[in-house]
Design a protein around this ligand. Structure first.
Ligand code: ARG
Length: 466
């Protein structure tokens, strides 16, 4: 009882009109690649101008094409353009509409071009713009951290390893660690921009074209450094998308670590920071709660960005050169990651700029957990002349005694300390306080406030040039 018009009984399912409907559903990309409309129109305008300049099409055809494309741009931006799945993708939707608007001249636009180089150039343009936005967002976040670091170059907090109190550091120094991380992300973005800055337009289907096109002209018109050098690679390469995703994944990983620290710091148990009301929510049942939802969502969205990277790596890994339709699946991963990353960067910049730092809580925690034990060991080496291993052992005994007495290291009496090692003098107390511990760490890149201020000065200059 099968009727070509109706869906196949065995596998037609929800598809009303047979195999054609299923093919259309799996083939069409218009639902997501419509995002590329502006880049597609820019690419077509540049291509048509070049075709006219090189005498491949007439100036009249070019001006009709340009007029039609500008009308389409307006229609799309006004929301009056009808996107159609039957017209498959953004390229064919625009070209078909162009034919409706200007008639046969529309058919000349696709001379010396294929959708393979067309989609490659559109997508590169889009990723290029997105990377530029990402760079700006990263600069904003780095700026927010620099401001916090300046305020807190001398604010003492516990530094952690294994999330156990390790040695006292300054909050400014901790902020500057993130400046380094996001600074590397920014340089990865710049590197990616540098590599993608070549135009694949004119590679045509894969082999180039016999028409006397000028690829340098279109590359320049579209703001690229120049044309790509191999037509096969031009239509089969998606490294620029993979680089965007891997850069995004590393940056998201940094944001996620920061988010995790904010979640920990804002617990009442730590109490190092209080998030502003704009970046936290209350609980519907527990009135005392203030939840760091924005930080938690930044942490979670890292998962989807990592997934997007893995998805595209997996799509690409088995593809022979040059173009295969598999590559149509490149876009959603990139769009999804871009949307998530933009939000994450904006939310984090807001959280960092707005959070209140509780210096007293940080200072109190810095003093707990015998955080200056290393300073005692270093003092024993420096002043009493012990080998470090022995100093470590002596310090261990001092910590054990303090633990027994439930007191801080600097509360042990000189007699008690001398009973552990006779070489200890009154001078030892100068290193047992967290303040002196922090101030003593003046090695390049160390936590001493003076050193932190030096790094802030360096980054302010560097950011102005970035
Ligand atoms: N929508 C397609 C994509 O995004 C455009 C390129 C189609 N090329 C082709 N030869 N079917 O990949």
């Amino acid at each position: 009882m099968s009727d070509k018009k109706t869906s196949n009984e065995m596998w037609g399912g929800r598809f009303a009109s047979g195999p054609a409907a299923i093919m259309e559903a799996i083939n069409a990309s218009i639902d997501f690649d419509r995002k590329l409309y502006a880049q597609d129109i820019r690419g077509s305008l540049a291509h048509s101008v070049m075709l006219a300049e090189t005498g491949i099409i007439s100036a009249e055809d070019q001006s009709r094409i340009a007029h039609g494309l500008n009308t389409i741009l307006e229609e799309i931006e006004a929301g009056t353009f009808t996107f159609s799945a039957a017209r498959e993708d953004i390229h064919m939707n625009i070209e078909a509409r162009l034919a409706e608007l200007i008639g046969p001249s529309a058919g000349r636009l696709h001379t010396a071009r294929s959708r393979n180089d067309q989609v490659a150039v559109d997508f590169r343009l889009w990723v290029k713009e997105e990377l530029t936005r990402t760079a700006e967002a990263l600069k904003g976040l780095i700026g927010a951290f620099l401001a916090r670091a300046e305020d807190h170059a001398g604010t003492i907090m516990p530094g952690f390893t294994h999330l156990q109190s390790a040695q006292p550091v300054t909050f400014g120094h901790h902020c500057m660690a993130y400046v380094e991380m996001f600074g590397r992300d920014l340089s990865r973005v710049r590197d990616a921009l540098e590599r993608l800055d070549e135009s694949p337009l004119g590679a045509a289907a894969l082999a180039g074209t016999g028409f006397p096109i000028d690829r340098t002209m279109t590359a320049e018109a579209l703001g690229f450094r120049g044309p790509t050098r191999n037509s096969i690679d031009s239509v089969s390469d998606r490294d620029f998308a993979l680089e965007f995703l891997s850069t995004a994944a590393i940056c998201a990983t940094h944001l996620s670590r920061l988010a995790e620290e904010i979640v920990i710091w804002s617990t009442p148990q730590f109490g190092f920071v209080r998030l502003s009301d704009s970046f936290s929510t209350g609980s519907s049942i527990m009135p005392q709660k203030k939840n760091p939802d924005a930080a938690e969502l930044v942490r979670a969205k890292t998962g989807r960005i990592n997934g997007d990277l893995l998805a595209l790596l997996t799509v690409m890994k088995g593809l022979p050169l040059a173009y295969s339709k598999d590559m149509q699946e490149d876009k959603e991963a990139v769009f999804d990651a871009a949307e998530a990353l933009e939000l994450m960067l904006a939310a984090m910049t807001g959280m960092v700029a707005d959070m209140t730092v509780d210096k007293t809580a940080m200072r109190k925690a810095a003093g707990a957990g015998y955080a200056t034990a290393t300073d005692l060991a270093d003092w024993l080496v420096r002043v009493a002349g012990l080998p470090f291993r022995e100093a470590h052992h002596v310090t261990g005994r001092a910590v054990a005694l303090a633990e027994d007495k439930k007191s801080a290291l600097e509360k042990l009496t000189l007699e008690e300390l001398q009973a552990i090692h006779a070489g200890i003098t009154e001078d030892v107390y100068s290193v047992l306080s967290v303040r002196n511990s922090v101030r003593s760490r003046t090695s390049f890149g160390g936590t001493a406030p003076a050193e932190v201020r030096r790094q802030i000065r360096y980054w302010k200059k560097r950011l102005a040039r970035a």
